[in-house]
Write a protein that binds this ligand. Structure first.
Ligand code: 1GP
Length: 248
């Protein structure tokens, strides 16, 4: 399956078919040896993860990014960059989440990095997927680095306002991010509230550690669930999450 240029279509078609998707986030900074990564990638793929997301906020060099992408190369699911900055662009990826951190106080994270990255993305022919990135609750390192004005876990109306803004700006996806390793994930009630008033597909990530939480989020309206840390800390749990999303 040749995915370049077709990743957005692949994702949106599955969502239109009412499927719940799972993306496996691999942080090149935290990945161990080649054989370890090969084992993890195969387990996630066999469990039915729908895409590999590759990225992280700290410690990710282009070499490490390329190393991870080259190991994922043969899997017939999209390899999508989840960038924190312009250092995370690689021709080895099928696509890149073209993220605008909508609740940042720093214009660099809203549109600045994008004008530096866009011509490179064009030259390397990586498919950009316009995504509104919204940091909620704990926020983690991403919130600190991205100078986010964090949306409280219980301020559903504010989260909806950002989501609608993303929708009206024509973005394809909205990503509700509680922060990698967040002690609590996004409230499922926030997702259902947003879903009542907005059409845009929703990605949710940050602090999701078990199948029950992921399923609840999916039932409340999340279209794509992202898990990162749990893959490294408890691969069996990550597999349960992936399989659990197939039966919603
Ligand atoms: C982080 O949303 C992702 O950007 C995933 O978070 O590592 O906590 O699963 P976790």
């Amino acid at each position: 399956m040749k995915l370049k240029g077709k990743v957005k279509k692949y994702i949106l078609e599955k969502i239109n078919d009412k499927k719940k998707l799972h993306f496996s986030l691999l942080d090149p900074y935290k990945i161990g040896s080649k054989s370890e990564l090969e084992k993890i990638a195969k387990s996630l793929y066999d469990a039915g993860t729908d895409a590999f997301l590759v990225g992280g906020t700290l410690g990710v060099s282009k070499d490490k990014l390329d190393f991870v992408l080259s190991i994922l190369e043969d899997y017939e699911i999209p390899k999508i960059i989840f960038p924190s900055n312009i250092n995370l662009i690689s021709e080895k990826a099928d696509a890149i989440l073209f993220l605008s951190l909508l609740n940042s106080d720093d214009i660099y994270y809203v549109i600045g990095a994008h004008i530096v990255a866009a011509p490179i993305i064009k030259m390397l022919q990586i498919e950009p997927i316009p995504t509104g990135y919204i940091i909620v609750g704990h926020g983690g390192t991403a919130a600190h680095v991205g100078r986010a004005r964090i949306i409280p876990y219980d301020n559903y109306e504010l989260a909806l306002a950002y989501t609608l803004a993303a929708e009206y700006l024509g973005m394809n996806l909205v990503y509700l991010e509680a922060g990698s390793g967040a002690p609590s994930p996004v409230n499922p009630e926030m997702i259902s509230f947003i879903k009542r008033f907005s059409e845009i597909p929703i990605i949710v990530g940050g602090g999701i550690k078990n199948a029950e939480t992921a399923q609840k989020m999916a039932r409340e309206g999340a279209d794509i669930i992202v898990t990162g840390n749990i893959i490294e800390s408890n691969l069996d749990k990550a597999i349960e999450i992936i399989k659990g999303l197939k039966n919603i």
